[in-house]
Write a protein that binds this ligand. Structure first.
Ligand code: CLF
Ligand code: SF4
Length: 278
C-alpha cells in the first residue's frame, strides 16, 4: 500500500446529480447516449488498442461502427423514442478516438443541441486540444467535460504515451508528455472558468503512476475539477503484460484521493457507442 493511498475519505457537495457520471453514486435513474463519431486521435496511449473503442472510456473486445453526424443524430432520435428515452438526458462523445481531434464531434454536437436543446452535452478528451477548443465548446453548449489525466510527471508520462502530435510535429518521450500535461492543466482551468462541470479520469497503472495520485488530486482540485474517477488499467496494447490494479489498491487510492475530491466509483468503462441508464 502506498503512503499516498492511506488517508481517510471526505465527500464534498456541489455535484450535478442529474448527469449520471458526475454523481458519486450510480442512481440508475438517468443515462447517456454515446455517439461514436470520433475515430482519429492525436496521441498514442500505451494502453490503447485502436481496433477497440477509446480505452479511456471503453471496454475492450467490443468494436464500434463509426457514424457520421447525421447518422448520430438519427441514433439520438431513435434512443429518445424508446421506453427509457425520457431518462436519457445526456449525449456524450467519447471516441472511439479523441473527440476534439475530429471535426464530426463539433458538427454532431451542434445538430443535437438544435434538435434536443434540453439535453446535456458531454465529452471526454485527452486534453491536448482543450485550451484551443474551449471557446467553441462553450458556444456549442457543452456543459460537462472529462479529461483523462494520468500523471503530472513528464518522466512517468513518457512511459504512458508513445507519442503526441502537436503543431505538425510528432513528439516523443518526456517532451511529448510535458506538452500534453501542460495543455491538460490549462484546459481544466479554462473549462472551470467557463463554468463547465469537470471530471478527471485517471487510469491506475500499478508500478507506473500509482505513487503520486494524492498530489495529482491536489493539483486538479486547484484547477477546478469537480470529481475524480480512478479507473483500473485494462492490460492491453503495449501494456498487455502489465498487471491490472488489485481491488485493494483501487480502493486505497480512492480513499486517499477522496480527501481532496469526490470519487466516482460506478464507472462502467463504457463503449464509445453505449446507450442506456447508468
Ligand atoms: Fe459519456 Fe464520459 Fe460523458 Fe459519461 S461516460 S463522455 S462522462 S456521458 Fe461515465 Fe462511462 Fe465511466 Fe465515462 S460511466 S466511462 S465516466
Ligand atoms: Fe487511445 Fe483514447 Fe489514448 Fe487516443 S486518447 S490513444 S483513443 S486511449
Amino acid at each position: 500500500m502506498h503512503k499516498e493511498c492511506t488517508r481517510g475519505n471526505m465527500n464534498s457537495p456541489n455535484l450535478n446529480l442529474g448527469h449520471p457520471c458526475f454523481s458519486t453514486k450510480g442512481h440508475g435513474k438517468t443515462g447517456r447516449i454515446h455517439l461514436a463519431v470520433a475515430p482519429g486521435c492525436n496521441i498514442s496511449c500505451n494502453y490503447c488498442v485502436r481496433k477497440f473503442d477509446c480505452a479511456n472510456e471503453s471496454r475492450p473486445g467490443v468494436t464500434s461502427r463509426v457514424q457520421n453526424p447525421e447518422e448520430a443524430l438519427q441514433t439520438v432520435r431513435q434512443a429518445k423514442a424508446t421506453a427509457i428515452g425520457p431518462q436519457l438526458i445526456v449525449v456524450g462523445i467519447a471516441g472511439p478516438g479523441e473527440p476534439l481531434a475530429n471535426i464530426a464531434t463539433y458538427e454532431t454536437l451542434r445538430k443535437v443541441k438544435k434538435e434536443f436543446p434540453e439535453m446535456i452535452l458531454c465529452l471526454s478528451t485527452n486534453g491536448l486540444l482543450l485550451p484551443e477548443k474551449i471557446d467553441e465548446l462553450v458556444e456549442i453548449g457543452v456543459s460537462h467535460v472529462t479529461v483523462t489525466l494520468n500523471t503530472l510527471d513528464e518522466q512517468v508520462g513518457a512511459k504512458i504515451y508513445s507519442h503526441v502530435h502537436w503543431k505538425g510535429e510528432t513528439l516523443i518521450g518526456p517532451e511529448a508528455a510535458r506538452i500534453l500535461i501542460r495543455n491538460q492543466l490549462e484546459g481544466i482551468k479554462l473549462a472551470s472558468k467557463a463554468g463547465m462541470t469537470i471530471k478527471i479520469n485517471t487510469v491506475l497503472m500499478p508500478g507506473i503512476n500509482d505513487k503520486l495520485l494524492y498530489s495529482l488530486s491536489l493539483e486538479i482540485k486547484k484547477r477546478g475539477a469537480n470529481i475524480h474517477n480512478i479507473m483500473p488499467l485494462i492490460p492491453q496494447g503495449k501494456l498487455a503484460n502489465n498487471a491490472a490494479p488489485s481491488p485493494e489498491l483501487i480502493s486505497n487510492c480512492r480513499e486517499s484521493c477522496g480527501e481532496i475530491l469526490p470519487q466516482m466509483k460506478h464507472c462502467q468503462q463504457c463503449r464509445a457507442d453505449a446507450i442506456g441508464l447508468l
